[in-house]
Design a protein. Structure first.
Lengths: 202, 172
């Protein structure tokens, strides 16, 4: 198997600490609407600071980006950031085509990519074998994509992920970090999110 | 070209229910609704790669204050099963119109297994299922089923029977 289709080896893990990455991406989030994919992305976002406008998935694998799309369509004056892992995005890889076709100005996706299915015992994922998700997104029509390997590059992504339709892959270390468990009652998470947006109960 | 009879009434029922987003996987039985959605400047129409995306789209829409309807075919219902845990866990409304295959003059045997299992599968995942067989009351079934979904915040599916939409003709 060739190491790379694009002249650089993307199919290796990075060195960045995932908690430091999430803390940087979610620093002073204001009214950023955040949807997180199940597993470590949900734990990372919770560890960065629980807030009403974080909607954490604990299941529904593959659904994070599409939740972001429905939310961004409903709230065109606010920006939506989907924070998820490589495995979660791979399961919903068709959503990259659906989001690409909609080309919303207020929706970004950040994939923290450790090239492994960490939650289930660190089996290699497709991004550790052959797939470059940023390249997939480009091929689906995303005009703005990026791949970050350093914290300096991550810091440059933070404002872009709140102001432009950006699909970003952030290469992180597969090292285990302490568990942080944010709320997992879905009804509570949905209700507090809607109330924080000022929405009535019906 | 099929003459439109009940289809405009169904779109009107969706509008009356204040649906603002329609996600769909292309289907001949839904063709009028899909065209009407794209022609309507107040409707956001989303073509999806798989029906599973629609469950998540509808959840995001509700979180942001929009009502969403998902259009799919009975065969695609099988693609949504685990994702239906999302509206269940989060106490979200979910509303879908499902055109049935495999039940009335079906030519293609590959449509039969999932068509036969659609209602069972939906009920097993906690979805309320209603059925429209007649052009006379389909708009009413859609209207009251949408009210059930959004007022009670539960998942509801309306099956549009193959007898209603007409069996697909393969040999002309």
């Amino acid at each position: 198997m060739s190491a790379s289709h694009f002249g650089r080896n993307d199919n290796v893990p990075g060195t960045l600490d995932r908690r430091a990455v999430a803390a940087e991406l979610l620093r002073d989030p204001g009214d950023l609407l955040v949807v997180t994919g199940l597993g470590s992305a949900t734990y990372d976002a919770g560890a960065a600071g629980d807030r009403d406008l974080n909607f954490y998935l604990w299941g529904a694998m593959g659904g994070a980006a599409m939740i972001g799309l429905g939310l961004a369509l409903a709230q065109p004056s606010k920006h939506v950031l989907v924070l998820t892992g490589d495995g979660e995005q791979l399961m919903g890889i068709g959503a990259l085509a659906t989001l690409g076709a909609q080309a919303l100005p207020n929706l970004s996706v950040a994939v923290v990519d450790n090239t492994q299915f960490g939650e289930t015992g660190h089996q290699r994922s497709h991004t550790g074998l052959s797939t470059d998700l940023a390249a997939v997104a480009r091929a689906c029509g995303w005009a703005n994509t990026a791949t970050a390997w350093t914290m300096e590059e991550v810091a440059e992504l933070t404002p872009r992920l709140r102001t432009e339709p950006l699909f970003a892959v952030i290469k992180i270390s597969p090292a285990e970090v302490p568990r942080f468990l944010p709320p997992r009652d879905g009804a509570y998470l949905a209700t507090r999110f809607r109330h924080a947006l000022g929405l009535r109960d019906d | 070209m099929t003459t439109l009879t009940w289809q405009p009434g169904v779109y009107a029922a969706l509008k009356q229910a204040n649906i603002r987003q329609i996600g769909y996987v292309p289907d001949a039985g839904h063709a009028h609704l899909i065209e009407a959605a794209h022609a309507d400047p107040d409707m956001k129409a989303v073509v999806m790669t798989t029906e599973e995306e629609g469950i998540a789209l509808a959840a995001g829409a509700w979180l942001g204050g929009d009502r969403c309807a998902i259009l799919m075919q009975s065969s695609g219902t099988g693609n949504t099963i685990n994702m239906l845990s999302l509206p269940q866990n989060c106490r979200l409304p979910f509303f879908t119109l499902i055109t049935m295959r495999g039940e009335w003059g079906e030519f293609n045997p590959w449509q039969v297994p999932m068509g036969s299992a659609t209602e069972t599968v939906l009920k097993a995942m906690g979805v309320q299922v209603r059925r429209a067989d007649s052009p006379d009351d389909v708009a009413e079934v859609v209207a009251y089923s949408a009210a059930l979904a959004f007022d009670s915040r539960i998942p509801v599916a309306v099956l549009l029977s193959q007898r209603l939409i007409g069996a697909k003709v393969f040999v002309k």
